[in-house]
Design a binder for this molecule. Structure first.
Ligand code: DGY
Length: 321
């Protein structure tokens, strides 16, 4: 057991035990007030890091000259400078696949909640306003039979398309870097340019990874292209959308609503104007947050890390060299 790793996310006892059978484990609680200082203390001598939700910049990597692998418990890798890790010959691994269905469920939950005003009206009932039967002022909009535009047709986009086409009889449009013949054949999905998709879809769901080319992808111009009353769902990353422009479009009633699981700043500040808009459903980045899926992601991350430290090629290696 000559390899040492640092775990900075809570793991189940079973996974921790599995790790401890192979490597020496130091746990760091990043939610503690001295968490980051403690991490800095233990980085020298670490061969592996296992965790999530921490931007790992060169200030931290410089402290870990023996580092061989960063095993992220996430599919998204926007917290890492991949070229820098590659230059340092540090493997980066992630956990796709196991979270696909759960994250697509989150997208659909936001889509349905926004269309049918579930959160707004549930709060209205809770606040004691339900005294007579409802009129049009409280009606929502149909989902079945409408058009869903998926921006980013990767694994999660595909799972959304399946739900939309098979479950809700929706017409599916998509925009992606490459055409996806499989999705076209299986879900009847049709390729569109981004602008055309925005102009045709009743619901636009964002699933693209955050990168230099997707940052700010949806700004004032793109929001103006959306159909009046259309609903935007973001399960990608907050910075894919220009949040100030979104707030304006929602305030003006330019678009019908938004279901948002991700934000420019997370946790979302309590004074965010988004929280004062009744046509916004905001959830706290719960894309993959179920007991089963988070355990499966952690298991996948443990496998990746152990494979890397054993000198094998990890299954989900982001920066092969
Ligand atoms: C991911 O895995 O990237 C999800 O957004 C959860 O953080």
């Amino acid at each position: 057991m000559n390899k040492r790793i640092v775990v900075y996310k809570t793991l189940s006892p079973a996974l921790l035990e599995r790790l401890q059978q192979h490597v020496a484990v130091t746990q760091v609680d990043l939610t503690a007030s001295d968490g980051l200082a403690r991490l800095r203390e233990v980085l020298p001598g670490a061969h592996g890091l296992l965790g999530a939700s921490l931007p790992l910049g060169s200030d931290l990597l410089d402290l870990a000259p023996d580092l061989q692998v960063v095993s992220s418990i996430s599919v998204g890798v926007d917290n890492y400078d991949i070229p820098d890790l590659t230059r340092r010959r540090v493997m980066l691994t992630h956990t796709p696949d196991v979270l696909t269905e759960t994250t697509a469920d989150t997208g659909f939950a936001l889509l349905l909640a926004s269309a049918r005003r579930v959160v707004e009206l549930a709060n209205w009932v809770r606040d004691g306003h339900w005294h007579k039967s409802l009129g049009p002022a409280h009606f929502g909009t149909d989902v079945q039979g409408k058009t869903l535009g998926i921006v980013g047709m990767g694994r999660i986009g595909d799972a959304l398309a399946r739900r939309a086409a098979a479950g809700f009889g929706m017409r599916v449009l998509y925009h992606s870097n490459h055409r996806k013949p499989d999705a076209e054949a299986r879900h009847g999905a049709r390729y569109r340019s981004l602008d055309a998709l925005l102009g045709e879809a009743d619901f636009v769901c964002l699933t693209v990874p955050l990168s230099a080319s997707t940052e700010g992808l949806i700004g004032a111009r793109e929001l103006a292209l959306m159909k009046p009353g259309a609903i935007l769902v973001n399960i990608a990353r907050g910075r894919v959308v220009d949040e100030a422009a979104l707030i304006e479009a929602l305030r003006d009633g330019r678009i019908g609503g938004a279901g948002l699981d991700v934000f420019e700043q997370e946790p979302l500040p309590a004074d965010s104007p988004l929280l004062r808009l009744s046509n916004v459903v905001a959830t706290p980045h719960i894309g993959s947050a179920t007991h089963e899926t988070r355990e499966a992601m952690a298991r996948c991350a443990v496998d990746n890390l152990l494979e890397a430290l054993a000198g094998e090629r990890p299954r989900y290696w982001v920066n092969p060299f």
